[in-house]
Design a binder for this molecule. Sequence first.
Ligand code: PMP
Length: 466
Amino acid sequence: MAVYESVTDAIGGTPLFRLSRLSGLGDGGGAPVYAKAEFLSIGGSVKDRAALSMVQAAERAGLLRPGGTIIEATSGNTGIGLAIIGRQRGYRVLVGVSDRSAREKSDILRAYGAEVLLAPTSLPKEHPDHLFQVVRRLAEEIPGAWLANQYDNPANPDAHVRTTGPEIWEQTGGRITHFVAGVGTGGTISGTGAYLKQVSAGRVSVIGADPESSVYSGGDGSPYFVESIGHFVHPGTVEDLWPESFHPGVVDRFERIPDRESLLTARQLAREEGLLAGPSSGTALAAALRTARGLGPEDLVVVLLPDSGRSYLSKALSDDWLRQWGFLEEPRDADDKEPTVRSVLDPAPLTTVSSRATLGEALAALRPVPGGVAPVALERQERRHPVSASEVTGSIDGSAVEAALAEGRARPDDPLTALLGPVLPTVGVGQPLSDALAALGAAHSAAVVLVDGRAVSLVHRSRLTG
Ligand code: PMP
C-alpha cells in the first residue's frame, strides 16, 4: 500500500477496471474494455495531472512567484486541481466557473479554499461578460497573477505524454490497441494519444468521444448537456478558435454520441459495474462500447473516465433531473402506472420563431400554430437538431401581437423583441401528466415538451385536463 509524503504524489497513478458486464463479452465477439478511473486521483479528476504540470511549468518559467495568484476559467475540475496544488504552495487561487457547471463543483472548490466566481459561457466568447473575458481581465488587474489557460498551455497535453500515456502502456503490458477519450481542452486525448501512438509505432488507434452537436466532430455547434467536453459555438461568435491543447491530428476518428446515450451510459456504469462516474465518462464509455463491438478478443480498448459522478448528483446522476429534461422515460418504480407526457405528444414538429424575426414574420409563422403561442429561440445558421432548451429566449403570443398591431402600439417591421413574452414552462417527455399540469401553474396555457433536452412540441392545458 502506498504511503505519500505529499498529496501531490497522489495525483494520477490511477487503476484500470475491466468492464465485463457492459462490454457484453460472453455473447460472442467484441474486445475487452478497461476503464482508466481518473476519479481516483486525489482531486477526483483527470485534471489534477494538467493542474500540477501547468503550475510546475509556470514556477520554472518564473511566471508564478511566492505570494502570487493562480487564475483559471474552468468547468470545475481543473480549478479543483489548481486549488489543491496552489493552496499547498501558498498561492491565492481564484477560479471562474461556468454558470452551467454542476453546483457541486463550485462547492468543492470553495471547500478547498479557492475563491469562486460564476460567469456565463452561453454568450459569444468575445462578450465582455463571458467567463473567458472575465478571468482574462482579472489576470491583468491583479498583481502577481498568473492565468493557467489550460486551453492553450502546452504543459496541459504534456502532463499526459509524461504520465497518463506511460501508465496505460505499462498497465496493459503494451497490449492496448484502441484508446478512447472525450475532448474538452484536448489535453488528455492529445497527450495520451500521442504517447501511445509513438510507443506502439502507430499501432494504437485513438478515438474521440464527442457530443453529437459539438463542432469537433462536425456537429452544428448547438448546446448539449454533457459538461466539460465538446465544443459549443454561440451563433454570435465572431471568430471560433479551437484550443491549442487539442491536436486534431492525433485523433483517428470520432464517435458522435447523443446526450441521451451519454447520460444513460453513465447511469448504467454505476448500476452495473459499480463505478460512479460523471456524464463525460458516459460519452467516452458509449464510444468505447461502440468501438469494442466491432473488434475481437485480441484487441484491447482503454477508455478514460475523467471524473466522479459525485459532482453531478443534482444533475446528470439524478433520475428526476434526467426525467425533467426528457432523457429518461422509464417508470419511477413498478407501481408507477400514471401515463407520461409521451402519451399526449403531438407528432407534428414544433414551430419556433427566430429571435431575429420581425413581428410581421412572427405572426406569419404563428398562423398555423394551435393556441397561437410559440417559443422564441436563437437563430442558428445551420441547425440539424430541434432547438435546445437553453437556446430558448422567450415566447411570442399571436393574439398579443395582433392586438398591438391593431391598436398601433407596434408595427409589422418592429423586431419581435418588442413583444417578447416569458420563457414557457418545460416538461420532460417521460414525466407523468400531473407534472405537466403542475408546470403550467395558473399562468400558462402551454408547456414546451423536452425530448433529449430539446424542444419538440407544446402540450396545451386542454390536452392534459381532457
Ligand atoms: N471530462 C471532464 C469531467 C473534465 O473536467 C474535462 C476537462 N475539462 C474533460 C472531460 C476533458 O479533458 P481535456 O480538457 O483534457 O480534453
